[in-house]
Design a protein around this ligand. Structure first.
Ligand SMILES: Nc1ncnc2c1ncn2[C@@H]1O[C@H](COP(=O)(O)OP(=O)(O)O)[C@@H](O)[C@H]1O
Ligand SMILES: N[C@@H](CC(=O)OP(=O)(O)O)C(=O)O
Length: 459
């Protein structure tokens, strides 16, 4: 798909701004975020996540809480989070009915989930977090004097019906958005939901945990925005998660391809798919902190001034590794084809892969909205077992070193391998991309490995 980014003389450049859960956690966070929107008159579309912690509660309910006392306690926590914002509004009345009806709907769906849960029901239930937060946020914006209007993103965010990890349909989203949203931009700032969408039958879907970043990028693409802003709780992308290595340094500017690798390899600050629409349409992305916008942040764009050998370290936990061993693989052909036929038949998506003469190790792709560690479906396990020996290992984390020309630079990885000597990596992938070197380690080793590598490479 290729559309020329607008910015024509007739239409002013638009900014899409996304505010994550911590940026809409409570009344003061929402008010800070509102001020950021007010400071940029180009911001015409605002996508927000559920208030911090809400999606986790909804996922727990969706997984089926049979203990009615615990279920009630979770529902009460949800009510309290939203009620505390409502109690600080000057004019709560315009949204009270809608908020109460969503909270009632959550209670009903949670009861259903306790009897029988499904991916479809999970999406219906968890979507309520964003449906609720957008009511509160729009009202705060109106009270700040902004001509804000709440819009249900499900009217334009068309996806397939893969509940829990739905695949968006950019061409349909573009068409629907241009019809429904463009007329609103002349006089309004539109507030809408990240993370959620709907399929062709109008059923609610979600894009997977952390999917609001992806939603914002898809919408920026759909409305030909000039800039995408991701507002979070940290002033941009760092050399690694500062929660793991407190001496991590902010990155002022990073290329699309490096940031894409960081997101894909688990830098939680961006959902893995976020940069795909931005790259397709060459939309620069800014990542900043809604708590401290004055600190600036990271610009992600096509070309940047520096391409350092080492850029950042990312960590992704909850990994499952499957090792398939068979002597039939030795000097034979067709074995891997058969393995992938079985995996495809059972809709198993593979992430990383390494092979030797008699074995192949692979990791399973990420999990969906209901969370947890990715599992090899029973049917796939049975079919693979007929072909070879199958070992499944869990409690693993993937550590990725992101940089430039690593596989072409002599001696570049010696520091990495020296550090790894003290640990026992289960799998190493190197050379397939010049931008990363990654390896699997046991979960208890993951943070120490990242800390140590960060100390040796970046401090
Ligand atoms: N390389 C990184 N740079 C910055 N933050 C990172 C990085 N890797 C992981 N993080 C974590 O991502 C968090 C922000 O992501 P997230 O909690 O999903 O925010 P939001 O709720 O705004 O979407 C940060 O607080 C930080 O701990
Ligand atoms: N609320 C959803 C979507 C999301 O993107 O949230 P956040 O922006 O807070 O990561 C989730 O928690 O998965």
């Amino acid at each position: 798909m290729s559309h020329v980014n607008h910015n024509s003389a007739t239409s002013p450049p638009l900014t899409v701004a996304k505010f994550g859960g911590t940026s809409v956690a409570d009344f003061s966070a929402m008010s800070r975020s509102t001020a950021i929107i007010q400071n940029n008159p180009q911001t015409r579309l605002v996508l927000i996540s559920a208030c911090s912690g809400v999606t986790n509660i909804l996922v727990e309910l969706a997984n089926g809480v049979t203990d009615s006392v615990h279920r009630l306690a979770l529902l009460t926590r949800l009510t309290d989070i939203h009620q505390s914002v409502i109690s600080q509004l000057q004019q709560p009345s315009p949204i009270l009915e809608a908020v109460n009806s969503l909270l009632d709907q959550i209670a009903t769906l949670a009861e259903q989930a306790a009897l029988h849960t499904s991916a479809e029901l999970t999406d219906q239930l968890v979507a309520n977090g964003e449906l609720l937060s957008t009511h509160l946020f729009t009202q705060i914006m109106i009270e700040q004097g902004i001509n804000a209007v709440r819009f249900d993103i499900r009217d334009v965010m068309r996806t397939d019906s893969h509940f829990g990890r739905a695949i968006p349909q950019p061409e349909v989203i573009r068409q629907l958005s241009q019809q429904a949203l463009n007329p609103l931009f002349a006089n309004h700032v539109v507030v809408s939901q990240g993370f959620i969408g709907s399929d062709a039958e109008g059923k609610t879907t979600t894009l997977g945990r952390g999917g609001s970043d992806y939603s914002a990028a898809l919408m920026a693409e759909a409305i030909d925005a000039a800039t995408l802003e991701i507002w979070t709780d940290i002033p941009g992308m760092y050399t690694t998660d500062p929660r793991i290595a407190p001496k991590a340094k902010p990155i002022k500017e990073i290329s699309f391809s490096e940031a894409y690798e960081m997101a894909n390899f688990g830098a939680k600050i961006l959902h893995p798919s976020t940069l795909r629409p931005a790259i397709r349409q060459q939309i620069p992305v800014f990542v900043g902190s809604s708590k401290a916008p004055e600190l600036g942040g990271t610009w992600i764009r096509e070309s940047v001034s520096a391409a350092p050998l080492f850029r950042a370290l990312a960590l992704r936990c909850n990994q499952t590794m499957v090792t398939l061993t068979s002597l039939n693989m030795f000097h034979a052909y067709g074995f891997l084809a058969e393995v992938f036929r079985i995996l495809a038949e059972h809709k198993v998506s593979v992430d990383l892969i390494t092979t030797s003469e008699v074995s192949v190790s692979l990791t399973l792709d990420q999990t969906d909205t209901s969370g947890g560690t990715p599992k090899l479906p029973q049917g796939a396990l049975e079919d693979l077992t007929k072909l070879c020996r199958v070992e499944v290992e869990q409690d693993l984390c993937l550590v990725a070193l992101i940089g430039n020309q690593m596989s072409n630079t002599k001696g570049s990885v010696s520091k990495v391998f020296n550090t790894l000597e003290d640990f026992n990596p289960r799998m190493i992938c190197y050379g397939a991309s010049p931008h990363n070197l990654c390896f699997l380690v046991k979960e208890h080793d993951a943070k120490p490995v990242v800390k140590e590598l960060h100390r040796k490479i970046f401090e």
